[in-house]
Design a protein around this ligand. Structure first.
Ligand code: ADP
Ligand code: SF4
Length: 686
């Protein structure tokens, strides 16, 4: 297909100092959760981004010195020659597709962990450590600053040696150079503190030093947080943020700008931000500098991208999450296949991987993080090894993805769905406040399935075991999902609390089924991710008087991993939801929930008109059990396997259901391996 000419502007080359990007698609730095221990996995992943058309591909944060380590999270290092060799794998993988490779040099200052190196933390002024509690960071003296500048230079030289085309000076996200910039953290009284000119000094020196070191071959980019969302207490886009850019306007070769503060500010989930939400903060930068500018905004719409360029907001389309959800986004636009873009849903499960110290995963893209260790490619999949006909029962995320990937392999697939729509749980969850983008999990798959002649979809088709037997298929996939529990069992309650609870309480399934709810509502959340908080919000919006009881010490506690917890609690408190923390369910009677304090055991009572239990889930396995109970009948009907997957096997995230569906499709008719994932073991050759 030919490219739509209105997108031509996205494919113009852009000069950045001494190098030229082949187009405007710029994969900004993002964590992989792989770091220096998994260089082959990282190289394969970044290489696929370049193959998919990203003209610039950046690494994750790359420490310039052992005084900045982020263990146990996955961070890169450029401390020695071994690091150079490891990083070169990524640089080479990016160059293999004609893209520019960028390295985000990093020093975390008071925001580093240093649990690995046990080096003292450094900061502009004595201050508490952000993460290494109960530790502190020590104020750098002049000798420290001079040494620090040397580390940046040495790391820049190593980055060039590894093959970098663009080298970063990273003054964002509350890391060391930003700590010098911000009046919140810089309390110095020497020439590096006080006036803005003084607080900018180190950043300016770093840019000049880096240019001196590598500037003849490499572009030097500055990543700057132009607003730290702290109001007058910090840097703001229309105050000192702008002044910093004005002071340094022509010094770097490229400006990579965003909102600073915690990482959660700039990679906000779709629940708390729209596509392009940073525009108001960063739009001024291009008016102040002639150098190219890049920013991010979860851009997945080609028209919005064109608007960014034609309206003069930025010169590139910066993207982290959209490039994770679809590494081939640029190529799809280039080939006139923009309808096939696997749009990021903004759920931030990718952020959770880094926050949990494990390799990247993505709800929309099951191949993300699996490029090297399982050999999965986002756009290529092995051809079918037989002419088997597969029945997939249930068109939730697991069933849809299994059908899509099986169909792409060339298998004959029949997908049967009990209800009148596809999507399963995402249809329900996307109806909750702020989660509408989640429906993209369904939409992306549904529209591709409709174009596949070898996949038949039957709605309103609740299948029984007899129905399945009669269909004459070779393999059966049961992806019938799960139901919310009614017995109170959740993360912190392991035993059922006796009969009767379910009769006095609703579950999220009942709420979605249209239960009549008003008055005093108690939501008991022992799941701790999105559901409890989102239901509170919906019911508060409907005018209910909502109390949220949780055994945790904060609302939606696990959402700290998706960088959403703060925003969820803030929103619910603003909407008048009353939280009760550190209490688990102890019993329910009509109209009264008894809870006990997890520390003292003291019992409290909470009156309600409606109680909603958001606890555990149970697999809907009736159909599976009925089938496997009759092996002779299965054999007589030619059914060679019955496999349950997704929530029907083990209720979990949408990301896990999609991954399970994809994995089934990849592994059908393939040899079974005892070691499904390759692991990198430093010191051993592969
Ligand atoms: P997952 O996340 O594992 O994909 P979901 O709960 O989102 O699970 O989706 C399961 C889907 O299976 C739902 O759309 C449900 O309507 C469908 N389903 C459940 N039982 C049957 C059945 N017996 N026949 C056909 N579809 C079914
Ligand atoms: Fe987007 Fe969610 Fe994938 Fe992250 S995990 S890239 S937010 S779809």
């Amino acid at each position: 297909m030919a490219r739509n000419s209105r997108f031509d502007i996205l494919f113009e080359p852009v000069r950045i100092g001494p190098v030229t990007a082949p187009n405007r698609f710029y994969q900004t730095p993002h964590a992989l959760g792989m770091g220096y221990t998994k260089p082959q996995a990282a190289a394969a992943l970044r290489g696929i981004k370049a193959e998919g058309g990203w003209g610039v591909v950046c690494t994750e944060y790359c420490s310039i010195h052992p005084s900045s380590d982020d263990s146990p999270f996955g961070f890169l290092t450029l401390w020695d020659e071994d690091d150079v060799r490891a990083l070169a794998l990524t640089m080479d993988a990016v160059h293999a597709h004609g893209s520019l490779a960028a390295v985000e040099l990093w020093h975390g200052g008071a925001h580093a962990n240093n649990r690995l190196t046990r080096e003292p933390l450094l900061a502009p002024s004595d201050q508490s450590a952000a993460y290494l509690q109960p530790g502190q960071a020590r104020a750098m003296d002049k000798a420290d600053i001079s040494e620090f500048r040397g580390w940046q230079k040495a790391a820049a030289l190593r980055a060039r040696q590894a093959g970098a085309d663009i080298v970063y000076v990273y003054a964002g996200h509350d890391y060391l150079p930003f700590q010098f910039l911000s009046p919140r953290t810089n309390h110095r009284v020497d020439e590096y503190g006080g006036t803005l000119e003084n607080r900018v000094r180190l950043l300016k020196e770093m840019i000049v030093d880096t240019k001196d070191a590598v500037g003849s071959d490499c572009a030097v980019a500055v990543r700057l947080g132009v607003d730290e969302l702290q109001g007058a207490a910090g840097i703001t886009w229309d105050g000192e943020g702008r002044e910093v850019v004005e002071m340094l306007a022509e010094v770097p070769d490229l400006w990579d700008v965003n909102v600073a503060g915690s990482l959660g500010n700039d990679s906000r989930s779709s629940r708390f931000s729209e596509e392009g939400f940073q525009e108001d903060y960063v739009a001024f930068v291009k008016q102040v500098t002639s150098k190219p500018v890049v920013s991010v905004g979860r851009f997945t719409s080609p028209d919005a991208m064109v608007g960014q360029i034609t309206r003069g907001i930025q010169d590139f389309i910066g993207a982290a999450r959209p490039s994770i959800a679809d590494p081939f986004l640029p190529l799809k636009i280039k080939q006139g296949r923009e309808d096939e873009i696997r749009e990021c849903i903004g759920c931030n499960i990718c952020r959770s991987a880094n926050n949990e110290g494990v390799p990247l995963r993505c709800t929309q893209n099951p191949t993300m993080g699996e490029e090297w260790r399982r050999g999965w490619h986002p756009e290529r999949i092995g051809q079918a090894k037989s002419d088997a006909h597969i029945l997939v029962v249930g068109a939730g995320p697991a069933g849809l993805e299994a059908s899509l990937a099986l169909g792409q392999r060339g298998y004959h697939v029949t997908l049967a769905e009990a209800s009148g729509v596809t999507g399963g749980r995402v249809v329900r969850e996307a109806s909750l406040p702020g989660l509408s983008n989640w429906i993209r999990v369904r939409d992306y798959r549904q529209q591709l399935l409709r174009t596949m002649p070898n996949v038949e979809l039957y709605l309103e088709s609740a299948l029984s075991a007899e129905n399945v037997m009669e269909l004459g298929v070779d393999h059966v996939v049961i992806a019938t999902g799960s139901t919310w529990r009614r017995d109170g069992i959740g993360t912190s309650v392991e035993c059922a609390l006796g009969k009767g609870i379910g009769e006095c309480a609703l579950t999220p399934d009942d709420v979605f089924a249209g239960a009549d709810i008003s008055g005093r509502v108690v939501i008991y959340d022992d799941e701790h991710y999105a559901m409890g908080g989102a239901l509170c919000e919906r019911l508060a919006d409907q005018g209910c008087d909502v109390t949220l009881v949780t055994p945790e010490a904060r609302i939606s506690a696990w959402a700290v991993m998706t960088d959403e917890q703060f925003f969820i609690q803030q929103r619910l408190l603003e909407k008048g939801v009353k939280p009760v923390f550190s209490h688990r369910i102890a019993g329910v009677e009509p109209g009264t929930l008894a809870t006990s304090c997890i520390y003292t055991g003291r019992v409290s009572e909470h009156g309600f008109d409606t109680l909603v239990l958001v606890t555990g889930r149970l697999p809907k396995r009736k159909l599976f059990d009925a089938l496997v109970a009759e092996p002779d009948s299965l054999a007589a009907h030619g059914i060679r396997s019955v496999t349950r997957l997704g929530d029907c096997l083990v209720p979990s995230s949408i990301a896990d259901a999609v991954h399970a569906g994809h994995r089934y499709a990849r592994e059908l008719d393939e040899p079974v391996s005892n070691a499904p994932v390759r692991r990198e073991r430093p010191g051993l050759t592969h």
